[in-house]
Structure formats: C-alpha cells, structure tokens
Design a binder for this molecule. Sequence first.
Ligand SMILES: Cc1ncc(COP(=O)(O)O)c(C=O)c1O
Length: 469
Amino acid sequence: MTFAHNSLERHDDAWPTPGGPQDIFAKEDPDWPLPRIVRGDDIYLYDEAGNRFIDMSSGPVASNLGHNNRRVVETIKDQVEKLCFAQSRVARTNENIALADRLAEVAGPGFERAFFVSGGSEAIDTAVKFSRQYAYANGDVTRTKMISLMPSYHGGLISTIGLGGDEVPIDVFREMTVVSEKIDAPLTYRPPEGLSQEENEDRILADFAAILERVGPGNVLAFIYEPVGGVASGANVLSNRFLKSIRQSCNSHGILMIADEVMAGAGRTGKFLASSHTPEGMPDLIVLAKGVGAGYTPLGIMLAPARMVDSLAKITGYPYGHTAAANPLSCAIGLAALEETLERDLVGNAERVGNYLQQQISALADECPVIGDVRGRGLLLATEIVADRATKRSFDGDISAPDRVRRIAFNHGLTIYGRRTNNGRFGDAIMTSPPLITTNDQVDDMVERLGATMKEFMDEATRLGAKIG
Ligand SMILES: Cc1ncc(COP(=O)(O)O)c(C=O)c1O
C-alpha cells in the first residue's frame, strides 16, 4: 500500500508561500511528507485520500483511549456549552475540584493534591519549582541541584532540557538551561560488558553516592527519573531494588524524588501509577501528562502529598501559575478520560494486551534480525532496532533506523513514533505502544504490518551498504 502523499510544495524563491504545516519547522525532508490526517476513530487515523493507519504509538504515547471516544467527545460538547474558562486565581470551578478529588482517590495515600497545567514539560517545571519553593520556604535554601539519568527525557522547555539525558539539545542550550548532575540509567539491554544487572545497578548507586559527596547532600534538591522510560531509553524499566536504594539515600539526606510519569502514568504500564510497580521506591511527587488528556486536551498534572502542599500553604504557598492552569474544559475532559479508563478496565487491558504484543513482536525477531529487544511494561513498549543482534551494534549515523522505519511504516498502514536521541549512543528504539483500548486481533494486524515494515527496512539498509547480522 502506498498512501497518497499530500503534496507539500517547497518554494525556493525569495517569497515563499505563507503559512504551512507545523513540520515545516523540522529538518527538511521533501521526499517524505507526512500524511494529512483528517479523521480518527478507535485505534485508526485516516488521511484525506481515505488511507487508514493504525496509530501504533498512540501518537507520541498519548492517545490512551484511541480516537473519537464518544464519552469524551460528548463531555467536550457539554462542557463547551456550560463553561470553557474561569481562571484558577480568580475562581474555583467544579470541574477542577471533581478531577482533583477523583485523581487523589485513584492515586492513593501520599498523592492527595493535584496541580494542573497544560502539558508534560510544564508539569515537570512545576514539580521542580514546587520542590524548590518547599525547600526555600522551610529554610533549606542551599538545595538547588538536581540529579537525573543518562539517557532520559523530561521535556522541551529551556528549564527541562538540562534535566534530560540527551546531549544533543544540551549542547545547543548548555549556557541557557540548568544542566543536572547525571548518573547512568541502568539499561537492562545494555549493561556495561561483564556486569550483571544488579552489579550495574550497584555501580550506578555508587556514582549517585559519589555525586552527593562531591556536591554536598545538603545542596541537592531532588532526583528526577522515569520509572519506565520513553524514546530516550526505549522504555527501559527501573527495578524496585534500584529505586529502593535511591529512596533510602534520599530519605537520609532530605532529598526529594520526582517520578516523571508523563508517558508511563494514567494506566499505560498496567497500574494507574507506574510507581506502584516499585513500592519500596515511591517518589514524593509524580508528574502525569499525556494519558490524562489522552490526546483530547492539553493537560499536565503534578501529584503531591497533602503534608507538603498544606504545610507550604501556611508559609509562602506555591505562588506560580499559568493562565490555562486548571481550566475547566481540560479538567472536565480529564475526568471523562479517567472514568473511561477505569470503567472499561483499560489499565488491566494495558497489562494483558501489552504482554501479548510484547510476545508477538519478540516472535517477529526470528524473521527480522534487526529486532534486538522488545521491552517495557504493559502497553508502554519499545522495540530496539540493531544492525547486529549478537553484538547489539546499532546502525551507523547516516542510517537513522527509527526515522527510516517510521517512514516505511506509513506505506504499511502504521504510524509509529520514534526518533534518534543522543546520536544513537544508547541504541535506537521505536515506540510500539498503541492505545489502551487495543485488542489482541488488532495486535495481530499491527504486528504483521510491522514485520513487513522491518523487512522493507532491512532491504533498504542493505541497499545503502549496511551489514546486518
Ligand atoms: C517522560 C517525558 N517527560 C516529559 C515530556 C514532555 O511532555 P510534553 O511534550 O507534554 O511537554 C515527555 C514528552 O514526550 C516525556 O515523554
């Protein structure tokens, strides 16, 4: 199948056509215009020529409920008629209170308060600012340093680029962002040669202790991490053992833990909070985003304990906000998405269908030697692409496997999210993370198409001179 390329004409003359799609800002690639999507339903997207694409990565791992969810769509219509906006500094709204109450119930003890913003990066920025305000207000004024993992991703704001573990944007913004101290992420597929997983974790925990020693534990504000990673680490899963040790160390030194569940939260990993999989390493703050708006509204959330929020409110409070924070339209949509997730047991479905999908893609590896690893939790899964499975060697610089696979996938009726990070230093992964409503039959369909995509990629890479296997 070839989809009808919508023609994206580029004009090289001095007065180009005004306007254009968002991707015109990306590095130019005129051979591969994106499909022009006009409609979505269930796990499918349709372009203007009527071609159907399976949304195999839920957009950027966000469309947890798929498209055209009737409950959410009807909620949007009703809410638009009732109330779109009342700013949270000048008014309380029922929608804000209802979503905060329900989230606190679902998240459980320790996460009684919810602060709403417009997306993941803004919510990460909020969690760091909230941590700092809390420390500052309590006289802990030297605490400013952050520790995070390499590789990792925590958002695209100037304030979050330095927290993330991707050297490419850090090189661009180094003097403008605050670059955190980094420890290695304990990558399950790529532990350093000769080390078991546990030995590698111990090595990294020793590095964590060395950083505290070097910068002074009283200067460290928080450790931020993804319990299950996204594109940067290819859904790498942190163990209970690892997070338990970090928790113990943070407890001894008064350091906060912030779990970035922007991608992993809201049920995707088979539990509502990804942190619940590692109960001995529970964080102080949890950041949610993509799945809570589920692609129907921009929404990011910081979950915090009442003990912190309420005691801070007696001193300085948290005095920073945004125009769109806790807007009633997004809160109403977030509540509808949450109820839909819970009533249809989509969290359980994520676990069951995720296990099946992981098995089926792993089985593809017999015919596709470029599939090196399939990992993650629930429906937060990534597939790592390698040039040589025995040595785990990635494709060379000029063959960016995630980009090529993503583009070939269009012709097999799949949209896939994946991009090269850290110049491929930690491997190349694509997100194989469809919506939480996906059925096993739909898995069979998408895996068959993924197999065809991978075979075409292997042919293309071989033509370009890559040696596979
Ligand atoms: C783990 C993680 N944190 C933060 C972000 C940033 O979220 P947003 O793109 O909504 O700003 C992302 C987005 O991909 C993410 O995956």
